[in-house]
Design a protein around this ligand. Structure first.
Ligand code: ZN
Length: 448
């Protein structure tokens, strides 16, 4: 025990029946605390003691400042404690089909075609449910508290997938907060019978979020008008896949922002991807970012998926990382964040809904460092705000949900995958592990 005295002790204690204990000298993000604690270290961490009582965070106090009256103590010795993660952009209806529908070309066009084929051939309710469950068990084991997924919603699939999502949402209530947005190309917004289906499914099984994939079709404006009008009528939010393209002429982000301003759209709008923004002329990019900021649109970058799909050409080394102009957006006051996107499907063959991985990769791909603390909320507090959830920060009185690490600064945190992190839920160390891949074998006709 002597070489690992600290968080291993935490695991043992929290897994035991202790209802009340204190984490002593934990490093937590200073700015994310509801009550500020000074001083902060060079990385922006505050040193605090955290009292856990009956599954809640009873008290967060500057280290050594408060006597917790004999509560058993766990020496964190300056190790970092994080809030649980919030994953605001995923595709759990699509995840884990790679084994039966790979995309060896690795580009966007082939990914789209592969998914359409697999969807019409295989996506029964049972198939979608099994893969969703697998994805959620992974996200849960890695320490995710809330997750928004997009649901492929075209043709017969719409009425298959939404009830499956609603059942998953009920089953996971209290463990992972689930939201969903429909996914279809913007031209479908011009189709009355399609939109009637969408409205019916969202009424019955939705979470008040409408969405689509926006790109430069001749009737883009009209399509957007229909979506905004429906969202206004129903009191729904909006969540778009926007300009997932290396073509600087892909400017639908500007169209979304302009429409939000013009209509004074009152509810949250989230725009994902926005890849082409990074490749536009400076002047044009500035105008778009100004409009996005004025419209109050939030932007989520999907760094792993974008780097995989964008700028891919067989035999040619990529020259671009595929990601949006996230620093420029942030500087303009736009709420920005990162998320997982696809997992083991034709759009992205890797990934496991592990937001620690997304953060780690995001730091490398998007330079989300110097100062690290500015960007740490991009995997928890900012997406929680985008989802209108009171999550993503450690807060007195809230459920004692947190992630205990052995790292004492950001480079120790981000250099390793944090495979030894301890996910604490309601004050207890979780023993959840990501499911074994063989559990999916039956979906692919493989013998057990
Ligand atoms: Zn996506």
């Amino acid at each position: 025990m002597n070489d690992r005295p600290d968080t291993e002790g935490a695991s043992a204690l929290a897994l035991s029946s202790a209802e009340r204990y204190a984490l002593k000298q934990a490093r937590v993000l200073g700015r994310a605390l509801h009550e500020p604690v000074a001083p902060l270290d060079a990385d922006g961490f505050a040193l605090v003691d955290i009292l856990v009582d009956e599954g809640l965070i009873a008290r967060i106090a500057p280290a050594g400042a408060v006597d917790f009256g004999g509560a058993p103590e766990i020496a964190m010795s300056g190790r970092i404690v994080l809030p649980l993660f919030v994953d605001v952009h995923t595709h759990i209806d699509k995840g884990h089909i790679w084994r039966r529908k790979p995309n060896p070309a690795g580009d966007f066009k082939s990914a789209l075609a592969a998914v359409i084929e697999d969807r019409s051939a295989n996506w029964t309710g049972a198939d979608v449910a099994a893969r969703m469950e697998f994805s959620l068990r992974s996200a849960y084991a890695h320490g995710t508290a809330a997750l928004r997924t997009h649901i492929d919603s075209v043709g017969a699939q719409t009425r298959i997938s939404w009830p499956v999502f609603a059942e998953a949402r009920e089953r996971w209530r209290g463990r992972i907060e689930l939201q969903a947005s429909p996914l279809f190309s913007i031209e479908f917004a011009l189709d009355d019978s399609h939109m009637a289906d969408i409205e019916a499914m969202l009424d019955a099984h939705g979470t008040g979020i409408l969405g689509a994939v926006t790109y430069m079709i001749p009737r883009l404006h009209e399509g957007l008008e229909r979506l905004f009008a429906l969202a206004e009528r129903k009191g729904w939010e909006l969540d778009f896949h926007v300009d997932e393209s290396a073509d600087p002429a892909a400017r639908s982000l500007k169209a979304v922002a302009d429409m939000a301003i013009e209509r004074r759209f009152p509810r949250p709008i989230l725009a994902g991807h926005c890849c082409s923004l990074a490749l536009q002329e400076d002047d044009e990019r500035r105008k778009t970012i100004d409009a996005v900021a004025r419209a109050g649109v939030s932007v989520v970058s999907l760094p792993m998926c974008n780097m995989f799909l964008q700028d891919r050409e067989a035999g040619r080394t990529p020259r671009w990382r595929g990601v949006t102009a996230i620093h420029e957006l942030k500087r303009a006051g736009v709420p920005v964040m990162i998320a997982s996107d696809n997992t083991r499907d034709p759009f992205y063959p890797y990934g496991d809904l592990d937001m620690m991985e997304t953060w780690r990769e995001g730091v490398r791909i998007l330079h989300l460092d110097y100062p690290f603390a500015d960007w740490a909320p991009a995997v928890a507090a900012f997406p929680a705000q985008a989802m209108s959830l009171d999550l993503g920060v450690l807060r007195q009185g809230a459920r004692a949900d947190m992630i205990l690490t052995r790292a004492r600064d950001f480079t120790e945190l981000l250099a390793r995958p944090q495979s030894d992190r301890i996910v604490v839920r309601s004050g207890k160390a979780s023993s959840a592990k990501p499911p074994d891949y063989s559990e999916l074998d039956a979906l692919f006709g493989l013998a057990p």
